[in-house]
Design a protein around this ligand. Structure first.
Ligand SMILES: Cc1cc2nc3c(=O)[nH]c(=O)nc-3n(C[C@H](O)[C@H](O)[C@H](O)COP(=O)(O)O)c2cc1C
Length: 179
């Protein structure tokens, strides 16, 4: 069974990562959640730790237990690196190679296949900057962008594209990437 890093960012859809983590554990995978500091405004480390059955990394201060930085250790262990949900900001950081937090640092150190599941307001997704960043990531070897959904009611009240794909769709993409 695989070791999956589940990156969680500061999107209203962050709570859905808990369901995906739980389902992956039930499929027998080892799941390690790495949150941006902003993600913790939307979902608690306690929820993610309990459902993933592993400690959650959310800041460099969580990394004091070992002389090898945890984000480097996890990057080396990963069979798959997922970012679900992926915010516009984290997509931009990943595209530009910026590493202000444990998640984005882990991304740079990781050579496993990368699945990115964007979730944001439709105007944010459609912005040329976000589109360019997503295209940059999609063009990288072993990178896939899944979603966002083309329709649905968004948390901001708008209707249209931007919503995170369903948990079923995410699990399907993860299982396919591991096959
Ligand atoms: C209520 C609320 C919901 C938000 N939802 C999203 C979202 O779904 N997608 C997104 O890209 N940004 C969203 N944001 C903005 C991000 O939280 C913000 O850009 C943040 O800097 C992202 O940081 P991170 O990428 O380090 O997690 C939201 C902000 C608030 C206050």
């Amino acid at each position: 069974m695989a070791t999956i890093i589940l990156g969680v960012t500061g999107s209203i859809a962050a709570y859905k990562a808990a369901d995906v983590a739980s389902r992956l554990v039930k499929l027998g995978h080892s799941v390690h959640c790495v949150c941006t500091p902003c993600a913790l405004q939307f979902v608690t480390p306690l929820t993610l730790m309990t459902l993933s059955r592993n400690p959650v990394v959310s800041s460099f201060e969580d990394e004091t237990g070992s002389w090898v930085p945890l984000h480097i250790k996890l990057a080396a262990m990963a069979d798959l690196f997922c970012v679900l949900p992926a915010s516009a900001n984290t997509i931009a950081c990943m595209a530009q190679g910026l590493a202000p937090n444990a998640l984005t640092s882990l991304y740079l150190a990781c050579r496993a296949p990368v699945l990115i599941f964007p979730a944001m307001n439709g105007l944010m997704w459609d912005h040329p900057a976000t589109q360019q960043n997503a295209a940059t990531l999609a063009a990288r070897e072993n990178h896939q962008i899944i979603g966002p959904d083309n329709c649905g009611i968004l948390a901001c009240g708008d209707e249209g594209k931007g919503r995170l794909v369903s948990a079923d769709c995410a699990i399907e993409a993860i299982v396919a990437a591991l096959a």
